[in-house]
Design a protein around this ligand. Structure first.
Ligand SMILES: [Zn+2]
Length: 300
Protein backbone atom coordinates (compact mmCIF):
# COMPACT_ATOMS: atom_id res chain seq x y z
CA UNK A 1 0.00 0.00 0.00
CA UNK A 2 1.31 3.45 -0.78
CA UNK A 3 0.10 6.58 0.99
CA UNK A 4 -3.31 7.73 -0.27
CA UNK A 5 -6.14 10.17 0.30
CA UNK A 6 -9.68 9.23 1.24
CA UNK A 7 -12.27 12.02 0.93
CA UNK A 8 -14.52 11.17 3.88
CA UNK A 9 -16.88 14.15 3.41
CA UNK A 10 -17.06 17.43 1.48
CA UNK A 11 -13.52 18.92 1.65
CA UNK A 12 -12.57 16.64 4.54
CA UNK A 13 -9.82 14.10 3.90
CA UNK A 14 -8.07 11.29 5.72
CA UNK A 15 -4.47 10.64 4.65
CA UNK A 16 -3.70 6.94 4.99
CA UNK A 17 0.01 6.19 5.52
CA UNK A 18 1.84 2.92 5.15
CA UNK A 19 4.04 3.79 8.13
CA UNK A 20 2.34 2.56 11.34
CA UNK A 21 -0.91 2.31 9.33
CA UNK A 22 -1.37 5.88 10.43
CA UNK A 23 -4.23 8.21 9.49
CA UNK A 24 -3.68 11.97 9.33
CA UNK A 25 -6.38 14.51 8.51
CA UNK A 26 -7.16 17.61 6.47
CA UNK A 27 -10.18 19.93 6.68
CA UNK A 28 -10.42 22.69 4.08
CA UNK A 29 -12.45 25.88 4.54
CA UNK A 30 -12.80 28.95 2.27
CA UNK A 31 -9.89 30.84 3.83
CA UNK A 32 -7.55 28.28 5.34
CA UNK A 33 -7.19 24.60 6.11
CA UNK A 34 -6.54 22.56 9.22
CA UNK A 35 -3.93 19.81 9.23
CA UNK A 36 -4.51 17.09 11.83
CA UNK A 37 -1.23 15.46 12.98
CA UNK A 38 1.95 15.44 10.89
CA UNK A 39 3.72 12.04 10.96
CA UNK A 40 6.89 10.49 12.41
CA UNK A 41 9.63 12.77 11.02
CA UNK A 42 10.33 15.94 9.03
CA UNK A 43 10.53 13.78 5.88
CA UNK A 44 7.12 12.24 6.58
CA UNK A 45 5.75 15.72 7.28
CA UNK A 46 7.20 17.02 4.03
CA UNK A 47 5.56 14.20 2.06
CA UNK A 48 2.25 15.01 3.78
CA UNK A 49 2.57 18.76 3.13
CA UNK A 50 3.32 18.04 -0.54
CA UNK A 51 0.22 15.83 -0.78
CA UNK A 52 -1.86 18.60 0.82
CA UNK A 53 -0.62 21.07 -1.79
CA UNK A 54 -2.10 18.80 -4.48
CA UNK A 55 -5.52 19.47 -2.91
CA UNK A 56 -5.35 23.07 -1.74
CA UNK A 57 -3.05 26.07 -1.74
CA UNK A 58 -4.74 27.74 1.25
CA UNK A 59 -2.67 28.60 4.33
CA UNK A 60 -2.69 25.96 7.03
CA UNK A 61 -2.97 25.61 10.76
CA UNK A 62 -1.96 22.42 12.56
CA UNK A 63 -3.71 20.44 15.33
CA UNK A 64 -2.02 17.75 17.45
CA UNK A 65 -4.36 15.04 18.71
CA UNK A 66 -1.79 14.20 21.44
CA UNK A 67 1.92 14.15 22.19
CA UNK A 68 2.97 10.71 20.86
CA UNK A 69 5.86 11.08 18.42
CA UNK A 70 4.07 9.82 15.29
CA UNK A 71 1.49 12.60 15.56
CA UNK A 72 3.78 15.63 15.59
CA UNK A 73 7.43 14.94 14.63
CA UNK A 74 6.67 16.03 11.03
CA UNK A 75 5.58 19.60 11.78
CA UNK A 76 8.82 21.41 10.82
CA UNK A 77 7.81 20.77 7.18
CA UNK A 78 4.85 23.12 7.66
CA UNK A 79 6.96 26.19 8.50
CA UNK A 80 5.61 28.94 10.73
CA UNK A 81 2.00 28.27 11.59
CA UNK A 82 -0.47 28.10 14.42
CA UNK A 83 -0.16 24.74 16.17
CA UNK A 84 -3.00 23.74 18.47
CA UNK A 85 -2.75 21.20 21.30
CA UNK A 86 -4.02 20.47 24.79
CA UNK A 87 -0.62 20.24 26.53
CA UNK A 88 1.63 23.29 26.45
CA UNK A 89 4.90 23.83 24.61
CA UNK A 90 7.07 23.05 27.64
CA UNK A 91 5.41 19.66 28.00
CA UNK A 92 5.96 18.87 24.32
CA UNK A 93 9.64 19.89 24.44
CA UNK A 94 10.30 17.71 27.46
CA UNK A 95 8.24 14.74 26.31
CA UNK A 96 9.47 15.07 22.71
CA UNK A 97 13.09 14.45 23.66
CA UNK A 98 12.11 11.46 25.75
CA UNK A 99 10.03 10.04 22.90
CA UNK A 100 12.74 10.67 20.37
CA UNK A 101 15.36 8.75 22.36
CA UNK A 102 13.00 5.84 22.83
CA UNK A 103 11.76 5.57 19.25
CA UNK A 104 15.10 6.20 17.53
CA UNK A 105 16.48 3.28 19.56
CA UNK A 106 13.47 1.12 18.67
CA UNK A 107 13.67 1.85 14.91
CA UNK A 108 17.41 1.15 15.01
CA UNK A 109 16.80 -2.13 16.77
CA UNK A 110 14.33 -3.02 14.02
CA UNK A 111 17.06 -2.37 11.44
CA UNK A 112 15.38 0.79 10.11
CA UNK A 113 18.46 2.96 10.25
CA UNK A 114 17.30 5.59 7.72
CA UNK A 115 13.99 6.26 9.51
CA UNK A 116 15.83 6.38 12.86
CA UNK A 117 18.25 8.95 11.44
CA UNK A 118 15.42 11.06 10.02
CA UNK A 119 13.55 10.99 13.29
CA UNK A 120 16.69 11.90 15.23
CA UNK A 121 17.38 14.87 12.92
CA UNK A 122 13.82 16.25 12.82
CA UNK A 123 13.34 19.65 14.39
CA UNK A 124 10.51 19.30 16.86
CA UNK A 125 7.82 21.99 16.81
CA UNK A 126 5.98 22.43 20.13
CA UNK A 127 2.45 23.84 19.96
CA UNK A 128 1.92 27.61 20.28
CA UNK A 129 -1.88 27.68 20.76
CA UNK A 130 -3.43 25.95 23.72
CA UNK A 131 -6.80 24.20 23.81
CA UNK A 132 -8.54 23.95 27.14
CA UNK A 133 -12.13 22.76 27.01
CA UNK A 134 -13.14 23.47 23.42
CA UNK A 135 -12.10 25.96 20.74
CA UNK A 136 -14.14 26.77 17.63
CA UNK A 137 -11.80 27.47 14.73
CA UNK A 138 -13.26 29.35 11.78
CA UNK A 139 -11.63 28.14 8.56
CA UNK A 140 -13.83 30.45 6.44
CA UNK A 141 -17.38 29.28 5.77
CA UNK A 142 -16.97 26.38 8.16
CA UNK A 143 -16.04 26.07 11.81
CA UNK A 144 -14.27 23.07 13.29
CA UNK A 145 -14.22 22.31 17.00
CA UNK A 146 -10.97 21.35 18.74
CA UNK A 147 -12.04 19.53 21.86
CA UNK A 148 -10.01 18.48 24.88
CA UNK A 149 -10.87 14.95 25.98
CA UNK A 150 -9.87 12.56 28.68
CA UNK A 151 -7.51 11.62 30.18
CA UNK A 152 -8.03 8.57 27.98
CA UNK A 153 -5.40 7.32 25.49
CA UNK A 154 -2.99 9.87 26.99
CA UNK A 155 -3.23 12.74 29.48
CA UNK A 156 -3.53 15.33 26.69
CA UNK A 157 -5.99 13.98 24.13
CA UNK A 158 -7.72 16.27 21.68
CA UNK A 159 -10.24 15.48 18.94
CA UNK A 160 -11.35 17.52 15.95
CA UNK A 161 -15.04 17.74 15.11
CA UNK A 162 -16.31 18.96 11.74
CA UNK A 163 -20.01 19.43 12.54
CA UNK A 164 -21.18 20.58 9.09
CA UNK A 165 -19.65 17.47 7.49
CA UNK A 166 -20.46 15.04 10.32
CA UNK A 167 -16.85 13.98 10.83
CA UNK A 168 -14.98 13.23 14.06
CA UNK A 169 -11.18 12.93 13.98
CA UNK A 170 -10.65 10.82 17.09
CA UNK A 171 -6.84 10.58 17.25
CA UNK A 172 -5.71 7.38 18.97
CA UNK A 173 -8.85 7.26 21.14
CA UNK A 174 -10.01 4.78 18.53
CA UNK A 175 -8.00 2.43 16.34
CA UNK A 176 -8.93 0.25 13.42
CA UNK A 177 -6.91 -2.78 12.36
CA UNK A 178 -4.82 -2.93 15.55
CA UNK A 179 -5.58 -2.86 19.26
CA UNK A 180 -5.69 0.54 20.98
CA UNK A 181 -2.47 1.45 22.77
CA UNK A 182 -2.59 1.46 26.57
CA UNK A 183 1.07 2.18 27.34
CA UNK A 184 0.38 5.71 28.62
CA UNK A 185 -3.40 5.39 28.86
CA UNK A 186 -6.03 5.74 31.57
CA UNK A 187 -7.94 2.45 31.21
CA UNK A 188 -10.84 3.29 33.53
CA UNK A 189 -11.57 6.78 32.19
CA UNK A 190 -11.01 5.99 28.50
CA UNK A 191 -14.41 4.44 27.57
CA UNK A 192 -16.39 7.22 29.29
CA UNK A 193 -14.42 9.87 27.41
CA UNK A 194 -15.19 8.33 24.01
CA UNK A 195 -18.82 7.67 24.88
CA UNK A 196 -19.21 11.35 25.69
CA UNK A 197 -17.65 12.27 22.32
CA UNK A 198 -20.04 10.11 20.37
CA UNK A 199 -23.01 11.96 21.89
CA UNK A 200 -23.65 13.91 18.65
CA UNK A 201 -23.60 10.66 16.63
CA UNK A 202 -21.01 11.62 14.01
CA UNK A 203 -21.61 9.62 10.81
CA UNK A 204 -17.87 9.42 10.01
CA UNK A 205 -15.22 8.64 12.61
CA UNK A 206 -11.54 8.79 11.64
CA UNK A 207 -9.16 6.88 13.95
CA UNK A 208 -5.48 7.75 14.44
CA UNK A 209 -4.46 4.42 12.88
CA UNK A 210 -6.46 2.34 10.40
CA UNK A 211 -9.40 2.98 8.10
CA UNK A 212 -12.13 5.53 8.79
CA UNK A 213 -15.31 3.99 10.18
CA UNK A 214 -18.84 5.02 11.04
CA UNK A 215 -20.68 5.80 14.27
CA UNK A 216 -21.61 2.15 14.88
CA UNK A 217 -18.07 0.96 14.46
CA UNK A 218 -16.92 3.55 17.01
CA UNK A 219 -19.70 2.58 19.39
CA UNK A 220 -18.70 -1.09 19.22
CA UNK A 221 -15.12 -0.15 20.09
CA UNK A 222 -16.33 1.80 23.13
CA UNK A 223 -17.98 -1.41 24.36
CA UNK A 224 -14.63 -3.19 24.12
CA UNK A 225 -12.84 -0.31 25.87
CA UNK A 226 -15.43 -0.55 28.65
CA UNK A 227 -14.83 -4.29 28.94
CA UNK A 228 -11.09 -3.65 29.38
CA UNK A 229 -11.92 -1.17 32.16
CA UNK A 230 -14.17 -3.71 33.87
CA UNK A 231 -11.57 -6.50 33.64
CA UNK A 232 -8.87 -4.19 35.06
CA UNK A 233 -11.07 -3.27 38.01
CA UNK A 234 -12.10 -6.86 38.69
CA UNK A 235 -8.51 -8.12 38.48
CA UNK A 236 -7.46 -5.37 40.88
CA UNK A 237 -10.16 -6.33 43.36
CA UNK A 238 -9.25 -10.00 43.18
CA UNK A 239 -12.50 -11.20 41.54
CA UNK A 240 -10.40 -12.41 38.62
CA UNK A 241 -6.78 -13.44 38.31
CA UNK A 242 -4.67 -11.33 35.94
CA UNK A 243 -4.31 -14.40 33.70
CA UNK A 244 -8.08 -14.77 33.46
CA UNK A 245 -8.48 -11.08 32.64
CA UNK A 246 -5.72 -11.27 30.00
CA UNK A 247 -7.23 -14.36 28.41
CA UNK A 248 -10.64 -12.72 28.03
CA UNK A 249 -9.55 -9.20 27.08
CA UNK A 250 -11.39 -8.03 23.94
CA UNK A 251 -8.16 -6.81 22.29
CA UNK A 252 -6.02 -9.86 23.10
CA UNK A 253 -3.81 -10.84 26.05
CA UNK A 254 -0.89 -8.52 25.37
CA UNK A 255 -3.06 -5.38 25.28
CA UNK A 256 -4.94 -6.53 28.35
CA UNK A 257 -1.72 -7.07 30.31
CA UNK A 258 -0.50 -3.59 29.33
CA UNK A 259 -3.83 -2.13 30.48
CA UNK A 260 -3.64 -3.93 33.84
CA UNK A 261 -0.02 -2.84 34.35
CA UNK A 262 -0.99 0.73 33.54
CA UNK A 263 -3.97 0.60 35.88
CA UNK A 264 -1.69 -0.57 38.70
CA UNK A 265 0.81 2.17 37.92
CA UNK A 266 -1.95 4.77 38.22
CA UNK A 267 -3.53 3.34 41.34
CA UNK A 268 -1.71 4.18 44.56
CA UNK A 269 -1.13 1.10 46.75
CA UNK A 270 -3.65 0.54 49.52
CA UNK A 271 -2.62 2.32 52.74
CA UNK A 272 -0.82 0.28 55.40
CA UNK A 273 -3.32 -1.09 57.94
CA UNK A 274 -3.36 0.85 61.22
CA UNK A 275 -1.48 -0.87 64.08
CA UNK A 276 -3.90 -3.01 66.04
CA UNK A 277 -3.80 -3.20 69.87
CA UNK A 278 -2.25 -6.34 71.30
CA UNK A 279 -4.87 -9.06 71.63
CA UNK A 280 -6.10 -9.62 75.20
CA UNK A 281 -4.54 -12.88 76.36
CA UNK A 282 -6.27 -13.19 79.78
CA UNK A 283 -8.24 -16.42 79.84
CA UNK A 284 -11.95 -15.95 79.29
CA UNK A 285 -14.25 -16.15 82.29
CA UNK A 286 -15.65 -19.65 82.76
CA UNK A 287 -18.92 -20.21 81.03
CA UNK A 288 -21.66 -21.31 83.38
CA UNK A 289 -24.14 -23.66 81.84
CA UNK A 290 -27.51 -23.84 83.52
CA UNK A 291 -29.08 -27.15 82.99
CA UNK A 292 -32.85 -27.00 83.40
CA UNK A 293 -34.62 -30.18 83.93
CA UNK A 294 -38.32 -29.71 83.40
CA UNK A 295 -41.14 -30.93 81.28
CA UNK A 296 -44.06 -28.99 79.89
CA UNK A 297 -47.35 -30.68 79.99
CA UNK A 298 -49.07 -29.80 76.65
CA UNK A 299 -52.20 -31.74 77.36
CA UNK A 300 -55.39 -29.67 77.53
ZN1 LIG B 1 -0.93 7.62 20.56
Amino acid sequence: MSDRWIEVADRVWARRLEELDQTLGLVVGDDCCLVIDTGISAEAGFAFATAIRELTDLPWQVAYTHDHFDHWFGTSAFGESSVWAVADGAHYVRFGDEQRRKWVAKYRLDGREEEARQMGASRLVPPNCRVQGAVGLNLGGRTVVLRQVGPAHSDNDMVVEVPDAGVLFAGDLLEQGAPPSYSSAFPIEWPQAVEHLLGWKPPVVVPGHGEPGDYWWARAQVRDLAEVARLCAEAAQGFLTEDEAAEHGPFGPETMRTAIARWKELTPPAPEPLPQPEPDRTPPAPVVIYDFDYQIDMRP
